[in-house]
Each structure stands twice: as C-alpha cells, then as structure tokens.
Design a protein around this ligand. Structure first.
Ligand SMILES: Nc1ncnc2c1ncn2[C@@H]1O[C@H](COP(=O)(O)OP(=O)(O)O)[C@@H](O)[C@H]1O
Ligand SMILES: [Mg+2]
Length: 307
C-alpha cells in the first residue's frame, strides 16, 4: 500500500514499475518505464528484439540493479518478499537444468528447497504435460519439453504472479495453444500473468492487456482492444478539420491513434463512435470509414518497425 498525494490509501498492484531505467554503459536498455499489471489478467509485454523486455523482467526479479526507478510486487522489491517462490513464479529466457537429472528429480529438489508440498511435483508435471517423460534425464528433452519443465518449476508454489520471458520460443503451434490454455487457467485462478514476446501473433489470443515497448520506452498500454484494435475489433479511418484536437480526444478515451498525413487510423472504435467523439469535441469530420487492418499492422506501427 502507499499514500497518494491526496492522502488516500491505495492497494498496490501485483507488479509495478515506476520510472524504471537501466543503462549498460552507454546503452539505455530501459528508459523511464512505468506500468502495472492486474490480478486475474494476462498481460502481454510486447516489443521487438532488443526492446528491453528481458532487462525489465530481470530488474523485477532482482537479477540486475536498476539505474533508477523501481520494480516491485505489491510495492515490495523481490529481495524483500517473504517466501518469494510462493509469490512469484518466473520462466527466464535462458532456463537451464542439470542435464543428467530427470524432470521429476529437478522439481523435487526445488520443492524441497522452497518448502512446497511434495505432492505439487506430480500436479505441475501433469499441468505441463510431462508426466510420461518425468523420469527421463532432461538432456534428452526437446527445447519445447525444457520450456514446459521451466513452466512447471514456476508453478510449484502456486504463485500470485507468473512471469514468462518469451516462453513460446521452442514451442510448436500445438505447444503455443497449450500454453494459451495454461495462462488463461492461471489468470482464472486469480494470478497476475506477464508474458513477453517479440511475436505478437503468438500471444495475441492469450492476452487481456498489452504493454508495448520499443527502444526501451513505453509505446502504448491498455487492453488488447484499445491498443491494437483487438483480433476482430473495429478500426476507423478519419479525416478531420482539426486533426490534433481529435487525436487528443480519441487518445484520452484510450484509443490508439496513428496519423499518416491527413488520415487518422483509430483502433478499437467504429466510425459511429469516432463520429460521436468528434461531434462532442466540435471537430468537423471531412471523411469517415471503417478501416481494414490487422493486429500486426497496428503493432508494427507502434513499435516503429518496418515489415
Ligand atoms: N548485460 C548487458 N550488457 C550490455 N547490454 C545489454 C545487456 N543486456 C541487454 N543489453 C542491451 O539492452 C537492450 C535491451 O535488451 P533486452 O532487454 O535483452 O531486450 P529484449 O528482451 O526486448 O529483446 C539491447 O540493446 C541489449 O543489447
Ligand atoms: Mg529478451
């Protein structure tokens, strides 16, 4: 909990970044990043390679020290959490395992160290579909199976917060769809889930909220619908007499707006909604049409990448 300037007490969110920056020598990996994620929802943390996703996650987990700002769980840094593995489960990009050990033994050791009931080992093996392979040495596992084992380890403590850094790497399409079900189930039991990816298509169907970063900076945040227009959500192209005024009115209502010359592309709003907002602002509309576009286009426009 923290006190707002007004003196009211607010509950902190399960994960919060406040003005986080991290420099590696001259490289600004993350700059002034602020956002939070919610319990019971899956948040996609999206951006191209090198955007700063892993750096942000590593700062949250206390693996690197921020240059400035903070990354906390309910206001508490990772190092100060009581029984961290019961609060936070994480799958990092470079998960590694003792090659000669079986998945079951690996999980047993982790459960023992963190004081989780031994019965959790069978439960998480089942949850990630490794029951049949559980007694084989990990060195014979495929990349996808190792990814499943890393997820099993993260689930051992039934954590309130689940963090996965590019977990779709190594998963085939059935694996990705399995992961989607698992993330949805974790959110349904109340966990706050953060999943990073540089491939929007692999996570678009799994997420409620998105945070988009590029070059270490926040580009957009909100529901998938608001930021990228949703999978089949509405989008509109509009020309207006006072485009700047219309842009700020649309943005203040949570819509992602891109401008190309005269034409504004508005995500998550039908032509009727855009017309109504323009009318309320007293901005004359010169042209208005439903827009054909894909999530991917909206994402590329936001991250500044070219296809
Ligand atoms: N340990 C490090 N030393 C120097 N530069 C780093 C280090 N870790 C990351 N970077 C740089 O920081 C930027 C962000 O990297 P990263 O957080 O790994 O991005 P992402 O996970 O989004 O691909 C990149 O330019 C990367 O080269
Ligand atoms: Mg990364």
């Amino acid at each position: 909990m923290f006190h707002t300037p007004q003196g009211a007490i607010q509950m902190s969110r399960p994960v919060e970044f406040h003005d986080l920056s991290k420099h590696f020598g001259g490289v600004a990996a993350v700059e002034h990043l602020s956002f939070g994620i919610e319990a019971g929802r899956v948040t996609g943390f999206l951006g191209p390679n090198g955007a700063g996703k892993s750096t942000t996650i590593r700062a949250l987990l206390g693996l690197i020290r921020p240059s400035s700002g903070s990354a906390t769980f309910g206001g508490v840094p990772y190092e100060e959490l009581d029984r961290p593995s019961a609060r936070v489960g994480a799958v990092l990009e470079d998960a590694s395992f003792h090659p000669g050990r079986s998945a079951r033994n690996h999980l047993r050791i982790l459960a023992l160290i963190a004081d989780h009931p031994a019965s959790r080992v069978d439960e998480v093996l089942e949850a990630v579909g490794l029951t049949d392979a559980a007694d084989r040495p990990v060195k014979g596992y495929s990349l996808g199976m190792r990814q499943r084992l890393a997820i099993a380890a993260a689930l051992l403590g039934e954590p309130d917060v689940l963090i996965l850094d590019e977990p779709t790497n190594g998963l085939d399409p059935p694996g990705i769809s399995w992961l989607r079900g698992l993330l949805r189930a974790q959110a349904a039991r109340g966990a706050a889930v953060l999943i990073s990816s540089h491939v929007l298509a692999e996570v678009a169907l799994s997420v409620d909220d998105v945070v988009v970063i590029a070059d270490g900076k926040l580009r957009a945040q909100g529901t998938l619908e608001q930021v990228l227009g949703g999978e089949d959500g509405p989008a509109t192209e509009v020309r207006a007499q006072d485009p700047e005024r219309l842009i700020s009115a649309l943005r203040s209502r949570g819509h992602n707006v891109q401008r190309a010359g005269d034409v504004l592309s508005v995500m998550g709003a039908s032509p009727e909604q855009v017309g109504e907002i323009a009318g309320r602002e007293g901005v004359a509309v010169l042209g208005l049409a439903a827009k054909e576009r894909s999530l991917e286009e909206a994402f590329l426009a936001l991250t500044g990448a070219t296809s």
